[in-house]
Structures are given as structure tokens and as C-alpha cells.
Design a protein around this ligand. Structure first.
Ligand code: SER
Length: 444
């Protein structure tokens, strides 16, 4: 297999679709005012008015590289090999212009003939149907993959949970999808006889999702047809780079290499433990998310989106301690990240990085003292006989020392301890402190 840089993957994807009459859009900011989510979470989100038929697009075929940021799976970052907080999503869209078969044909052509993936490494999932939704097996997709030479056993039908795409499970345009997985080798797998796409082990990596967007899902869960049948695809750039650079995870692709090297210089001792590996991955992942949010105008702060950025800074700072770094260091990773991202960041954006570096460092310095004393406290805390930590204790740590309760809970979880959240709520009510948003919701 050819080794391709992230920049080269973007170039090939874009030229492939431009040559097939797609208009290349610049990609929206991570923050779109009035959007239902804090940050853009999928490549199609800025295109919603087109997909819903509310506004006519400039062209019926579109392609873009879109920055996205999601924190709903943030706990998995670093443990899983595939989960970035912020990521780049390549996409091609048809607003009522081409059909499922054409989408599948183009996808396979790009993968085999332009990105150099071998057919035998590819597996496809298709929608197996769902009685509740009143939809049957997507045999058009399955047949098309087989007609193009994908072996039958590599075409896997899966249920609505995996293969009926909705916007974060909520209302909005949706439809059956077909996901493309790359087999990274049985040596990376769990070894289970039925290990295949959909398995949570590291063997099969989903790289591209083709959504056949035909419906609008309503608040009550019912589906109605959209004014036109759309195509919405999303390819995770870091995942594709992981495959095409034979990396062990999305955190070690070229985009992160200079930052990982810098981190290595700051924390040369690596005890090879899973915790240290996770810490390095979390740090580069989170700081990159902070960088992209900062470039969209969102710095660390108390409320809304800014609080998400602050939480990422604090989580990353905490992991730094685990690697033995006791000086503020996160800001110093921004420049290496810029270097790793090359032309994915504009010249203007690159010029703004020193300002961001100051913002990040200030926030980290502010948190450093709280972090030191909180970590010392947490090391000493003892659970009750059932391994549970009193919620009141966490509440006090938060109210008196400013140590975020959800971060404390994560640190305790790493020690196998569980927090009594109802006790936390009681303590909070007793102190007559009404939190505006629950601790967990705050971060999501
Ligand atoms: N909307 C789909 C996704 O986010 C495909 O782009 O996976």
C-alpha cells in the first residue's frame, strides 16, 4: 500500500470529486451561530438548508473538508485508537442529483484507484432493515458492492443502531447508510470467530460513511420523505491517514507527529504503561481541539462553548502531570501542531497562533495550583467498602478548592472507584447552590 500524507489524501479526494462535477466548498467555521450544537459535529451540518430542500445550493454536487468537534465520546479518547475530539471530515454530497449506485461506484473507484487501497482489505456494512422504522434490507447497496467485486462475506448487514444514520440520534435529515471499513490485520483483532466490522476491537476501522439521506426524522421519532433523495458522505481524514500511513492509531498520524516529538522532549520518560500512552494521545488530541476551537474564535472560559475548551485544557493538563510534566506546557504544543497540519491551516490562521498560545498558557497557569492540591487530595481519598466515593467529598473539592467534579470522577474511575452522584446532588442542594447545568451536561 502507498503511504500518503494527510495533505495528499485531501488533495486526491478533492480533485477526484471536482473532476466529477462537484463544486469544492471552503468548509465552514467550527462555530455556526444559531446551530443546534455548540460546534459543528458532522460535515453535512452546514449544508442542512440544502439537504432539507429549503435553499437551492450553488451546485447539486458538492465537496468539502469540514472541521468537526464532538465531546460525547471524549472518555474514549486515547483508549480507543479511533476517536478524535476534533477531526477533519472529507465529504461529497448530492442534493437530489445522483443515486446510491453512483455513490458506491465513485467511492470504490476513489479507494482502489486513487488512494491505492487493496480490495481484499475492504469490508462494507449495509442497512439490514428495521421493523420499527418500517424499512427493509438495503439490497440495492449490497448488490452494488457485490457487482463491483466485493466478496459477499465482506458485505455485512447491520441494524439501525449501526446503519441508519441520524444527526446525533435526534431529529433532522437521516437515512440508511453503508459504512466502509478497512481490515488492519488479524494480529490487531480480538480473535473472536465472529470478529467483523461493528466489533469494538482495533482490527476493523471505519473510514467512510455513505448516507442515503431520504428522510426527515421528527421529534416524535416518525419519518417523512425529504423533498429530494440526497447523498451525504463523510470520510474521517485522521482515520484514512491512519490506514495509509500504517499508524497504530489516529493520534500518531503525520498531523500530530511534531507535537508528539515535542511532548517526548518534555516528558522523555515513558514507562510504556497504557496510562502513559493514553496520556500522550489525550494531550495531542485535546490541544489540537483547543487549537481548532481557538481559530474559530472560542477560547477557554466559564460558559457554553468556552467551558468545553476550558475542560479540554484541564483534562490535558491533568494528563501532563501523569507524564511527570509539572510546568505549563500545553501552549508550547500549538506551534508543532500547526507545523503538522501544514496547508490544512490558512496563513492567516497560522499568524494567530501566538495569541492563542498565550490564552492557553494563562488558563493552564490559573489551573495549576488547583490541579496540584486536588491531585494530592484525590490520592488520599478512600472509598467505602463497596468502592464508592461519597458525593459530598467531590462537592467539597469543587466548592472549596475549585477542582472540577467530573475531572475528579474520571481520575477516580481510573482507580476503579465510582462516585455517588446522588450524594453530590444532595450536598449541592444542602449548600443551596443551584448549578445552571448539571456537571456532566456542562461538558457535552
Ligand atoms: N453525516 C455522516 C456522518 O457524519 C456522513 O457524513 O457520518
Amino acid at each position: 500500500m502507498q503511504q500518503l500524507s494527510s495533505g495528499e489524501i485531501v488533495k486526491r479526494y478533492r480533485s477526484f470529486f471536482v473532476a466529477r462535477n462537484h463544486l469544492a466548498l471552503p468548509g465552514s467555521s467550527l462555530v455556526v451561530p444559531g446551530n443546534s450544537t455548540s460546534f459543528i459535529i458532522a460535515g453535512m451540518q452546514p449544508l442542512l438548508p440544502y439537504l432539507r430542500g429549503e435553499v437551492a445550493p450553488l451546485a447539486p454536487r458538492l465537496t468539502a473538508l469540514q472541521r468537526c468537534l464532538r465531546t460525547d465520546d471524549v472518555e474514549q479518547v486515547g483508549t480507543s485508537i479511533r476517536q478524535n475530539t476534533a477531526f477533519f471530515m472529507l465529504g461529497n454530497w448530492s442534493i437530489g442529483n445522483y443515486d446510491k449506485r453512483t455513490t458506491i461506484q465513485m467511492a470504490l473507484d476513489l479507494l482502489l484507484n486513487h488512494l491505492g487501497l487493496p480490495l481484499e482489505k475492504l469490508w462494507m456494512t449495509v442497512f439490514e432493515g428495521d421493523r420499527e422504522l418500517g424499512l427493509s434490507l438495503d439490497d440495492v447497496a449490497a448488490e452494488e458492492w457485490r457487482r463491483l467485486g466485493v466478496p459477499s462475506e465482506h458485505v455485512v448487514p447491520l441494524g439501525a443502531e449501526d446503519n441508519f444514520w441520524t444527526m446525533g440520534g435526534g431529529p433532522g435529515p437521516c437515512g440508511p447508510c453503508s459504512e466502509i471499513f478497512v481490515d488492519r490485520g488479524s494480529e490487531l483483532g480480538c480473535g473472536a470467530p465472529d470478529c467483523r466490522p461493528g466489533c469494538s476491537c482495533a482490527r476493523f476501522l471505519e473510514v467512510w460513511n455513505l448516507v442515503f439521506m431520504e428522510f426527515e426524522k421528527h421529534e416524535d421519532g416518525s419519518l417523512t420523505s425529504l423533498p429530494q433523495r440526497n447523498i451525504d458522505t463523510g470520510m474521517g481524514l485522521e482515520r484514512m491517514a491512519c490506514v495509509l500511513q500504517s499508524s497504530d492509531s489516529v493520534y500518531s498520524v503525520d498531523l500530530f507527529q511534531p507535537a508528539l516529538e515535542r511532548l517526548q522532549a518534555l516528558a522523555p520518560r515513558d514507562d510504556g504503561s497504557p496510562q502513559a500512552l493514553r496520556a500522550r494521545r489525550m494531550i495531542v488530541d485535546h490541544v489540537r481541539a483547543v487549537l481548532l476551537a481557538g481559530l474559530a474564535g472560542v477560547g477557554p472560559g466559564r460558559d457554553g462553548r468556552s467551558s468545553v475548551v476550558r475542560r479540554l485544557i484541564r483534562r490535558a493538563a491533568c494528563q501532563g502531570r501523569l507524564l511527570g510534566i509539572d510546568q505549563p506546557f500545553l501552549g508550547s504544543l500549538l506551534q508543532p501542531l500547526v507545523e503538522g497540519h501544514g496547508s490544512l491551516l490558512t496563513q492567516d490562521e497560522q499568524k494567530r497562533v501566538p495569541d492563542l498560545e498565550r490564552l492557553v498558557t494563562n488558563d493552564e497557569v490559573m489551573f495549576a495550583r488547583v490541579l496540584s492540591s486536588g491531585l494530592r487530595e484525590l490520592e488520599r481519598v478512600e472509598p467505602n467498602e463497596r468502592g464508592i466515593i461519597a458525593g459530598e467529598y467531590l462537592f467539597k473539592l469543587h466548592a472549596e478548592k475549585g477542582f472540577p467534579a467530573d475531572l475528579a470522577s474520571e481520575i477516580l474511575q481510573e482507580r476503579g472507584l465510582v462516585v455517588d452522584w446522588s450524594g453530590y446532588q444532595h450536598a449541592s442542594a444542602d449548600h443551596r447552590i443551584v448549578s445552571r447545568v448539571s456537571v456532566q451536561k456542562h461538558f457535552h
